[in-house]
Design a binder for this molecule. Structure first.
Ligand code: UTP
Length: 290
């Protein structure tokens, strides 16, 4: 049977963002800007660059701005037109989506990432789907999700973006038990979420980019609690191994953990330094602080 094309993405945005309080008291973490664009927009643009056409945001209370951001801002656009602000109007173009291509599903209680993904089961149906966690911001020549989509077409199964971390930090991530390390691709024989350092099967960890087969929903529907008392996506993915191909992909690029204050600040600098309009000013002031 020919491989189904990858057209759908789920973006979970229902977390509490406690590491960013008080900023995230009334505002979604995913609306935090890096330079001048909110994290959610980077994620949507990255997905689009991989051929994704349908988006499902898993939202919660206080997250309406995330959806508003991709709507038409009628008054603002008319005012900009009247003032002939073409450059500003062009900036808004990146926030428009095809009519009917963005749906939201409410996760009433944030019971964990696995539960958030399970909330998208009707949207996913029988199709392969991407997951992007917008607080992981990627700086890559070829967008990270496009790299994963390539690997999906190559392997015909589940793929997750991975990176190596120092041993002492493996207990914060989902960790791969490696069957065969082929360089860019790593075949997987097990996955474990937030293992104790001494029990971790490797130092290859999963970042917030996935392409999964719809069968993961069946495993998620057990709603079993895992590490930290949360319903973990990693546990459901682990149950796919053996029944379907499952690979890690050493993506090319850099990740910034923008759910963490230091990671977010680093992202501001890295992204600003790539902007011709900002780089000279940032380069000029940075030495004053270091
Ligand atoms: P995090 O682990 O970063 O959790 O979630 P968080 O609640 O957003 O942030 P902190 O740790 O309290 O600061 C990773 C991703 O999964 C989503 C989050 O919105 C984020 O995109 N998520 C997490 C949900 O949508 N629902 C959940 O129940 C948990």
């Amino acid at each position: 049977m020919p491989l189904k094309p990858l057209r759908k993405a789920v973006l979970p945005v229902a977390g509490l963002g406690t590491r960013f309080l008080p900023a995230t008291k009334a505002m979604a973490k995913e609306m935090l800007p890096v330079v001048d664009k909110p994290l959610i927009q980077y994620a949507v643009e990255e997905a689009r660059a991989a051929g994704i056409e349908q988006f499902c945001f898993i939202t919660g209370r206080g997250k309406v701005a995330l959806v508003e951001h991709f709507d038409i801002a009628f008054e603002l656009e008319r005012t900009l037109e009247a003032r002939n602000k073409q450059a500003e109007l062009a900036l808004l173009k990146g926030t428009s989506v095809e009519p009917g291509s963005l749906v939201t599903v409410r996760q009433q209680v944030p019971l964990g990432l696995g539960h958030a993904i399970w909330c998208a089961r009707s949207f996913v149906g029988d199709d392969p789907f991407a997951i992007l966690l917008p607080d992981d911001l990627l700086l890559c020549e070829r967008p990270c999700m496009a790299q994963l989509a390539d690997a999906y077409r190559e392997t015909g199964g589940n793929v997750v973006a991975i990176e190596e971390v120092p041993r002492e930090r493996v207990n914060r991530y989902g960790v791969l038990d490696v069957a065969e390390d082929m360089g860019r691709l790593v075949s997987v024989k097990g996955l474990v979420e937030k293992p104790p350092i001494e029990a971790a099967p490797s130092n290859l960890t999963i970042i917030g980019r996935y392409v999964l087969m719809p069968e993961v929903m069946g495993h998620l529907s057990r709603l079993e609690k895992g590490a930290g008392g949360e319903i973990q996506l990693t546990d459901a993915m682990a149950r796919l191994i053996g029944a379907q191909p499952f690979h890690g992909v050493r993506y090319e690029g850099r990740r910034f953990d923008c759910g963490d204050k230091a990671g977010w600040i680093e992202a501001q600098i890295a992204f600003a330094l790539r902007r011709p309009d900002l780089a000279p000013a940032v380069r000029a002031f940075l030495p004053r602080y270091v």
